[in-house]
Ligand binder design. Structure first.
Ligand code: FAD
Length: 385
């Protein structure tokens, strides 16, 4: 990956806004269980950071995905997991399909405000009955005149209590489960849409997560992204950016935690010497740093191939898997080296331990990534009919 001055400038812009407008408030937002998405997104939107890879025609910068990856990477400097995840939902999870396949009218109405930061958005795929098996989802959108009438519900939806619209994956037909789905934009103020109170979670406290219910929700068929029945395929492609975001946004947080842990262990004395002088400790931190650099290389390579127009399902799945596994390993190891301090609620290792745990579950669990990798290796057993 060859970074240019433009990439460096973009990195600096993200760092500045994170340092001035996000990090000073993160502890407060974590405590409250909510960050003010509208205010934060407007600041990011004003700097163009919500549409780096999106078409210029709708307010984006029209840059290639390497610039998007630089933004994702620097968002990892935010001192919690919930806020970068919520931003990633806006930029890399709920809007890639709309940007690529949405009609011009749909992009003007919904993508442009998501890019400018005037709208907060959600991606609604998972359901109470299951998130991993996307093909088995139950929410339906049935045609009635020029509209769809949507019934069902979605579970664990990030940004849901603050969102202006959601990109919802629904069954729009009776056919095969991979060919009967569509992605539909649903404004959250539409009659029949209700949102549960915020769900109480292990981590990611600054980010709101809620259940969304659809009861006879009527939206125009024109709100469908692209062709009917192509939603599953579009969501699988949209997942590529989600997974690259997950990998890239993990990097800075992990290296920051390793560094903070080394600093602490340098100061902390035990048995007449700094903790860091124990070979086990400085070797483990060296090993973890090496692992983070390997993840970076994998994410960068996936990004290069994505820019070149290649199918990056394999590399993006590997990067997401590695990010999940490594988030757990780094947080657990660092927490251990902080000892009792690591077990305290506000300790950085403790927060990383809680927040980072989601990476192995959300956006495709580790086992789902392993399934994709195994399939692409040609090693999955044939399903019995
Ligand atoms: C904080 C948070 C935010 C989220 N945000 C969103 C959001 O914005 N939008 C959205 O649509 N969803 C969101 N999700 C949902 C998330 O994507 C799902 O939780 C995830 O896809 C897993 O689905 P599930 O929880 O139903 O687990 P299940 O599908 O029930 O799977 C449970 C476990 O079974 C194992 N497993 C699953 N499949 C296999 C397999 N093939 N082989 C072996 N083991 C397997 C895995 O260990 C998995 O963790 C969010 C979840 C959380 C917790």
């Amino acid at each position: 990956m060859k970074f240019t001055e433009e990439h460096d400038q973009l990195r600096k812009t993200v760092r500045d806004v994170v340092d001035k407008e996000i990090n000073p408030y993160v502890d407060e937002w974590e405590q409250e269980g909510l960050f003010p998405a509208k205010t934060v997104f407007k600041s990011l939107g004003n700097l163009g950071l919500l549409g780096v890879t999106k078409p210029e025609e709708f307010g984006g910068m029209g840059l290639d995905y390497s610039y998007g990856m630089v933004v994702s990477e620097e968002l990892g400097r935010i001192r919690c997991g919930g806020v970068p995840m919520a931003i990633g939902v806006q930029t890399d999870m709920a809007t890639p399909a709309l940007a690529r396949w949405g009609s011009d009218e749909l992009r003007r109405e919904f993508l442009a405000p998501a890019i400018s930061g005037d709208a907060v958005v959600s991606i609604a795929v998972s359901e109470v009955g299951g998130g991993s098996d996307v093909a088995a989802l139950k929410t339906t959108a049935v045609k009635d005149g020029d509209d769809y009438v949507i019934n069902g519900s979605k579970m664990w939806i990030t940004n849901a209590t603050q969102a202006d619209w959601a990109c919802v994956l629904c069954n729009t037909g009776e056919g095969k489960p991979h060919q009967n789905k569509s992605l539909i934009i649903v404004p959250m103020t539409t009659k029949g849409v209700t949102v549960s109170p915020r769900l109480k979670k292990l981590g990611m406290h600054a980010s709101d997560t809620a259940q969304v219910f659809f009861e006879n929700v009527r939206v125009p068929q024109a709100n469908r992204i692209g062709e009917e029945g192509m939603g599953f395929m579009m969501q699988m492609i949209q997942f590529q950016e989600e997974r690259l975001f997950a990998a890239a946004s993990a990097l800075r947080g992990l290296e920051g935690l390793i560094q903070e842990t080394a600093n602490y262990c340098r100061e902390r004395q035990a048995f007449g010497a700094p903790l860091l002088d124990n070979q086990y400790i400085h070797f483990r931190l060296a090993e973890l740093s090496t692992e983070v650099e390997s993840l970076r290389s994998l994410a960068y390579r996936a990004c290069e191939e994505y820019i070149a127009g290649q199918n990056v399902t394999l590399l993006a799945s590997m990067a997401k898997l590695k990010a999940g596994r490594l988030s757990r390993e780094v947080a657990d190891t660092c927490l251990q080296f902080w000892g009792g301090m690591g077990f305290m609620w506000d300790n950085p290792a403790s927060r990383a331990y809680r927040d980072g745990r989601l990476t192995s579950i959300g956006g495709g669990a580790d086992e789902v990534m392993l399934g994709i990798i195994a399939k692409l290796m040609g090693n999955l057993p044939k399903r019995k009919k």
